[in-house]
Design a protein around this ligand. Sequence first.
Ligand SMILES: [Zn+2]
Length: 335
Amino acid sequence: MYKPGDVRVEERADPRIELPTDAVIRLSATCVCGSDLWPYRGVQPVTEPSPMGHEYVGVVEAVGGEVTSVRPGQFVVGSFWASDNTCEICRAGYQSACVHRVPMGMFGSQAEYLRVPLADGTLVATPEVPGAGLIPSYLAASDVLGTGWFAADAAQAGPGKTVAVVGDGAVGLLAVLAARQMGAERIIAMSRHADRQKLALEFGATDIVTERGDEGIAKIKELTNGLGAHSVVEAVGTQEAMRQAIRSARPGGHVGFVGVSHDVRLDGMEMFWSLVHLHGGPAPVRRYLPDLMHRIATGAVEPGKVFDLELPLDQAAEGYRAMDERRAIKALLHP
Ligand SMILES: [Zn+2]
């Protein structure tokens, strides 16, 4: 990305093994993230031409001398933070805050090849190289499924719970899928786009709310005997979405927030009286990867359905445009 709205596909040097803990993978597929739209729209500054992308699946090409858990030829999934998976924070399940974490976005996975630091801790291999039909779902596990899953988990979705989801992007839609897998009784998707509503219902939503803001909050209350939802997922990152999420939760309820926060301010007195639990942040996708990959392999979930646009890598700019203009939920790129 050269500047907001300016995405170009160029030749760069192939990544090489630089540290004995590295792997280099050949990407099977990559994609554009909703969070890539913040710099694309100029909300986040772009100070110099930067490689883009942090979601990836692929086949291991080479590994450094200290790598023991993956080997060349294996199909692997990783997430947007490389993590050692051994430090105290990782062992507690918060690999996205690993003391040795490395942000994968700095390497740019919207590419043909990618260097992955801390390969043993970061990458999870499948038993066999999967068929082409499963690739989009594994790619979804790399970020949007894992992030939606963390949001639903942080919101304590589960049996007997009513879950409301604010945000109908790929993460919000997959939070619906996660809540369904976790056994939630009622799942309310907040969306005003027909194609996204359809996918939400396919993923397990029981109700659709098209209202936003105060009207949206009132609608959630109306559907929950005036109490609010037990669990609310916030998957946008704006003040309006965060406010809507907190006010849609009942006292004692949980809000899982995973939208990258932009200028969100919380009112202390409102938080005090709300009696709501807040938990969120960059999802520790690595915690969930083995379980999610198993569910994909067995056909229990098909999160790859969020990709409604597939393009060759050299048309990446069109993928950004389509998502920016909301013509596409999520664009998959074929390297
Ligand atoms: Zn760690």
